[in-house]
Design a protein around this ligand. Structure first.
Ligand code: ARG
Length: 590
């Protein structure tokens, strides 16, 4: 379906043309003075310069042409030349009815369908999944879902960190603790054991221990670097160990992501890029892109227009070892080869912005991607505690994701069981669903690039701009609709017949509901899930206002009642589509 704002603009542009002015002046926007009008056009002000006329005269010309257009309840020219527009309830009603019978409630799929890869999650194996990785998972998942809703082919890749120094550290620590393990016997040629010599909890203790030890002991760090190099260059025993580490970690990660309702299409790893590295390096050297600088192989990526210093992109260290950059560039090579995406979106901590700037420039300059392949970095800010410092446990440690989810679920369970008798098992399930909305909405409702305060009390509240409030609103509608159908009425093919012009709360709700397709399209184009949140918060407020102002089930006029119900059906569907795109869902009751 055409967006409502485009329909309005078409009509207004037509009136500009009919009055002898250029079409382009007819663009409209949602009013910033809702007390005066619903939509507005400021084109007369711009046209005034071009046509050397007073803006109000132009506005008057245009408004005159719009007087008998059915779409509008009123169109007025006001000083100095604004055009204020109110839509007719009839037009809104027919638009909403069309939404009800359209696929995706009027949200049209993109004309040009793209293949888009999203690099998100980005956990590191052998390190526990902590809140730092939470944001990437939540935001990336939402962008993936939005893209699919718009009809694109979207491939989500977790891009595990499995190829860096942390691997060498773990191997070195294991060797120190259990030197007799067969993995460290160079003369061993047999098959390595199937079982890993550690559990996930042991693994998670080993890494921080090794990392702390390495900081104090240079020779130990040296050994870990050597082990990393050997792992990357074919040491059999180390590779067998690394396989164990991977398996144990990935199992644990999958469990965690499942709890978050986050699902990856690809479980690719940094190491998967390794086979592409030698050819890529040769290609960069042969084509004169890469050169040696202090023994390291680098590609210059600075540009004349730079206002800050952009250092060269390092491809190989002086000892020939690959780096984070190397695997990222080789991963781009792999992605182009396997999927030839039109777009790659990276959802990563914003502190890596400069790094990605280098990588993207390098990929473009060396033509690893096609000219029209878009590379986008979506950097997110830090999730802070109420003290304004990065979020920690009460004891001050790094918060494991599982504990955080557990804490929120308990909090929700307490709230749900507090006021009324409910089945405990059902309340547990509901608490999980509502808890997840609290975490995800709390995150997504902030612009990704900003830091935000993770405030459990606020996020789990049923009031205010929160996930539970949105769910509560949906559940309220479900309950009304259930009562309606229990009287024998049906919701199938339900349509609105008429609304009273005087029912302002119904009109406000209509005005919000019909914006759905425009909001989703725009939020995806700007990769901005927070815009979907802002929209559903307004929509939920409009619904609740309408609910308080209007007798719905008790309405005696059947036509009116049916129209109200149809409006609820649409609002519920729009809200549910939006939260699905954000990555959570609503329970039946709460
Ligand atoms: N593993 C990385 C980290 O924890 C994030 C990976 C982001 N993606 C990428 N292609 N580099 O910082």
């Amino acid at each position: 379906m055409k967006k409502i704002i485009d329909l309005i603009a078409e009509s207004v542009s037509g009136a500009f043309v009919a009055s002898g002015y250029e079409e382009k002046y007819g663009s409209v926007s949602v009013s910033n003075r809702p007390d005066l009008c619903e939509y507005q056009c400021n084109g007369a002000m711009a046209a005034a310069k071009a046509y050397k006329k007073a803006p109000i005269m132009i506005a008057n010309d245009v408004v005159e042409k719009l007087q008998s257009v059915e779409m509008f309840a009123s169109v007025e020219a006001v000083m100095p030349g604004f055009i204020n527009i109110k839509l007719s309830t009839e037009f809104l009603t027919s638009y909403m009815n069309e939404m009800l019978s359209s696929d995706k409630f009027g949200c049209e799929e993109a004309e040009h369908k793209k293949t888009i890869m999203i690099d998100y999650g980005g956990p590191n194996v052998a390190k526990p999944l902590h809140v730092g990785h939470l944001r990437s998972a939540i935001i990336g998942e939402s962008i993936k879902r939005m893209g699919r809703f718009m009809g694109h082919k979207v491939i989500g890749d977790v891009h595990l960190g499995d190829w860096g120094l942390q691997m060498g550290l773990i191997i070195t620590e294991l060797k120190k603790r259990q030197p007799k393990l067969v993995y460290f016997d160079d003369s061993f040629t047999g098959e390595y054991p199937k079982e890993a010599p550690f559990t996930i909890s042991e693994l998670e203790e080993i890494y921080p221990a090794a990392s702390a030890y390495a900081k104090e002991h240079p020779e130990y760090k040296e050994a870990a670097m050597q082990a990393t190099y050997e792992l990357q260059h074919g040491n059999r025993g180390y590779q067998a160990l690394w396989n164990h580490i991977l398996e144990v970690s990935v199992n644990d990660l999958k469990k965690n992501y499942e709890k978050l309702n986050v699902e990856f299409d690809l479980w690719k790893k940094e190491s998967d890029a390794q086979p592409y590295i030698p050819d890529m390096v040769k290609y960069m050297k042969d084509n004169g892109y890469a050169y040696l600088s202090d023994g390291a192989l680098v590609v210059d990526v600075k540009e004349e227009s730079d206002t800050k210093e952009i250092p060269p992109c390092m491809i190989l260290k002086s000892d020939g070892a690959s780096l984070y950059n190397t695997t990222d560039l080789a991963t781009i090579v792999e992605r182009m080869k396997l999927f030839s995406p039109d777009e790659m979106i990276y959802v990563v901590d914003k502190r890596q912005e400069l790094y990605f700037e280098q990588v993207f420039r390098c990929a473009r300059k060396t033509k690893l991607v096609d000219e029209d392949t878009s590379l986008r970095f979506l950097g997110f800010g830090t999730m802070n505690g109420k003290d304004g410092k990065p979020f920690k446990t009460r004891a001050g440690g790094v918060m494991r994701l599982e504990y955080l989810i557990g804490e929120i679920t308990d909090e929700m369970f307490g709230k749900i069981t507090q006021n009324h008798e409910v089945d405990k098992a059902e309340a547990r399930e509901t608490a999980k669903v509502v808890g997840l909305s609290a975490i995800k909405y709390g995150d997504l409702s902030n612009q990704a690039s900003k830091d935000y305060v993770f405030d459990i009390d606020r996020f789990t509240s049923f009031e205010g701009n929160t996930g539970p409030y949105i769910l509560y609103t949906i559940v309220r509608m479900k309950s009304i609709l259930n009562k309606y159908t229990q009287t024998g009425a049906t919701l199938e093919d339900i349509k609105a017949v008429a609304f009273d012009e005087s029912n302002e709360s119904a009109k406000s709700l209509l005005l919000e509901a019909v914006r759905f397709n425009g909001v989703i399209e725009n939020a995806f184009a700007e990769i901005a899930p927070h815009k979907v949140c802002a929209y559903i918060y307004n929509l939920a407020n409009a619904l609740n206002h309408f609910y308080h102002e209007t007798k719905i089930l008790a309405e005696e006029d059947e036509e009116k009642k049916k129209s109200y119900i149809a409006l609820l059906v649409l609002t519920k569907n729009v809200l549910e589509s939006c939260i699905d795109v954000l990555g959570f869902e609503a329970p039946e009751r709460m």
